[in-house]
Unconditional design. Structure first.
Length: 191
């Protein structure tokens, strides 16, 4: 297999994603809800494992820093602090690292975003349950068949890729487009 085939594989996944109008409409709806929660003074928490943790951090910094143009910072927190993760992992187990973060930082009306390429990450499942318990909105980015997380959240996108890298590439695109959607609603002068 030549490397060009990897580009073609990603293009096929993206083409299939875009062809499902319901998925792109869901993006509009989620971006609108995110903008509204920021208007109300709420925040977004986001979590993932491995490369998805890096995507979570990337998403958060695009809001607390800037995405395309200057604007005020928006409250998004990646549950990724190494002190928190190692403390909770040691005291409660790895499955609780994100749910404890939700308990610490989440509030009714906030949103939790969970990223899992398998859809079966127990720590993401526990975080979603903790968020729902305190009446947070929930959004997941999943892969393959959606795993155990399929159908559990207010918003979800399932990317049926065969490998985590291809799935994560579409996940990052969705995250960037959600950020753009929020900015277009809150800071239309920047567009």
């Amino acid at each position: 297999m030549a490397l060009i085939d990897s580009y073609k594989e990603e293009l096929a996944l993206l083409t299939a994603f875009i062809a499902e109008e319901e998925k792109t409409q869901r993006t509009e709806k989620a971006a609108s809800e995110m903008a509204e929660l920021f208007r109300r003074g709420n925040k977004i928490l986001i979590c993932g494992n491995g490369g998805s943790n890096c995507d979570a951090i990337h998403f958060a910094e695009e809001f607390t820093g800037k995405f395309r143009k200057e604007r005020r910072a928006l409250p998004v927190l990646a549950i990724s602090d190494s002190s928190h993760i190692t403390c909770v992992g040691n005291d409660y187990g790895f499955d609780e690292i994100f749910s404890r973060g939700v308990e610490a930082y989440g509030a009714p009306g906030d949103m939790l975003i969970g990223i899992s390429t398998s859809g079966n990450s127990q720590n993401i499942l526990n975080a979603v349950a903790a968020a729902q318990k305190i009446e947070m909105r929930t959004l997941t980015l999943l892969g393959k068949d959606g795993g155990k997380l399929k159908g559990r959240c207010d918003y979800e996108w399932i990317i049926p890729g065969a490998t985590s890298d291809r799935i994560q590439e579409i996940h990052m695109m969705i995250l960037h487009i959600l950020i753009e959607g929020v900015e277009r609603r809150l800071f239309p002068e920047n567009y």
